[in-house]
Design a protein around this ligand. Structure first.
Ligand code: KG4
Ligand code: ZN
Length: 352
């Protein structure tokens, strides 16, 4: 049996999904109409709290989610103008993410679904990042998604709507994680990605740093060697009693990351004959990456889509967009659904 395409899976009536996202350090609740129209999207970032610790502290994240989730559910529902009895389903990020943080959203979503007698949809966080693109425009298939965030670096092939095939992933650090670690070594607060990005643009020189290509035909990534190379350069200048060229290191690091990401994404497009490249995740905010990918795609005649920044970083609207895939297929989760910190994207594909 072939996969249903987007046209076959439209519902006859308008649908309204209330979606919850608590997988990491953003508490977010949204109401999404028909998988693409955002009626409300509240985001509470805990970054200020975690900054003091230099990274996300899981226990603190869970506690902060508990503090804000109930009020945010009420507020998001109210702002959407949709009365709770009109909701088609309650969706929540089931994984991947921090187990304690996921649990808070799951408990809240289950309680609401139970009280309103609505179906529950367990949603994959990365499917959310990818389907953030649909909040802007319909996706055409086959397409390739380059997912770049604090927790993930993946190349995903979608032959059709809701069909996910992982063709590449990081073997060590996620790209955002590498940015944050390098930023920390260069003396910037968490999350340091935006500081490195800004500095890279101001730099006059560029430190010579390695590119990690792995095996010639591999779509996997590795960023830990690059991170170590940055630490080495810093240590060497310290030992020589010199002031390190922080800007030059930031630029060299960024150039290495971007070159590998762009090259592998373009190669994946060519190999699969995909019609669109979707860039998503928090690191999609990176100016250098956006510019380099846009220029390369233009040269290659490839259609590139990047969601607005508000939908690139963690948010519940993207979870509503991905949950719509399951709603149209009637794939609901039981009240016994558990948090899955290592939830597989491929297994989450619709109809599987
Ligand atoms: O998608 P996201 O909000 O959270 C996860 O799901 O991980 O991504 C956050 C990551 C952080 O590592 C942050 O440093 C990085 O995105 N980031 C950036 C930029 N803006 C955010 N990295 C590089 N350049 C940026 N401009
Ligand atoms: Zn994310």
């Amino acid at each position: 049996m072939g996969f249903m395409n987007g046209m076959d899976t439209k519902l006859e009536q308008d649908s309204f999904i209330l979606a919850v996202e608590t997988s990491c350090d953003e508490t977010s609740v949204s109401v999404v109409k028909n998988g693409r129209e955002v009626l409300s999207n509240l985001i509470f970032s805990q970054i200020e709290t975690h900054k003091a610790f230099g990274g996300v502290v899981p226990e603190v994240a869970s506690r902060k989610h508990v503090e804000s989730i109930t009020l945010m559910l009420q507020e998001a529902a109210q702002q959407s103008g949709i009365s709770p009895d009109k909701l088609s389903a309650v969706a929540v990020t089931q994984g991947p993410g921090l187990v304690g943080a996921l649990l808070v959203g799951i408990m809240a979503a289950k309680s609401l679904a139970f009280a309103l007698d609505k179906p529950l949809i367990g949603t994959h966080h990365i499917a959310g990042h990818i389907y953030a693109n649909r909040l802007v425009q319909e996706i055409s298939y086959p397409s390739i998604a380059l997912v770049v965030s604090g927790g993930h670096t993946e190349l995903v092939l979608m032959e059709d709507e809701g069909q996910f095939k992982l063709i590449g992933r990081t073997r060590d650090d996620a790209v955002g994680e590498a940015y944050d670690k390098v930023a920390r070594a260069l003396g910037f607060p968490y999350p340091g990605g935006p500081y490195v990005d800004r500095l890279a643009h101001e730099a006059e020189n560029s430190a010579d740093l390695p590119r990690s290509w792995l095996e010639p035909d591999s779509f996997d990534f590795s960023f830990s060697g690059l991170k170590s190379a940055v630490l080495n350069v810093l240590n060497q200048s310290k030992m020589r009693g010199e002031t390190p060229d922080i800007a030059g290191i930031a630029r060299g690091f960024q150039e290495s990351v971007i070159e590998v990401l762009v090259e592998k994404a373009i190669r994946a497009m060519r190999m699969t004959g995909a019609s669109e490249l979707l860039l998503c995740g928090g690191v999609a905010a990176n100016r250098g990456l956006r510019e380099a990918l846009a220029a390369r795609c233009e040269r290659e005649g490839i259609t590139l889509r990047i969601p607005p920044l508000a939908y690139c970083t963690d948010n519940a609207a993207m979870i509503g967009a991905a949950a719509y895939l399951k709603l149209t297929h009637g794939e609901f989760a039981p009240q016994t659904m558990k948090a899955e910190p290592g939830l597989s994207l491929e297994e989450w594909s619709v109809g599987s």
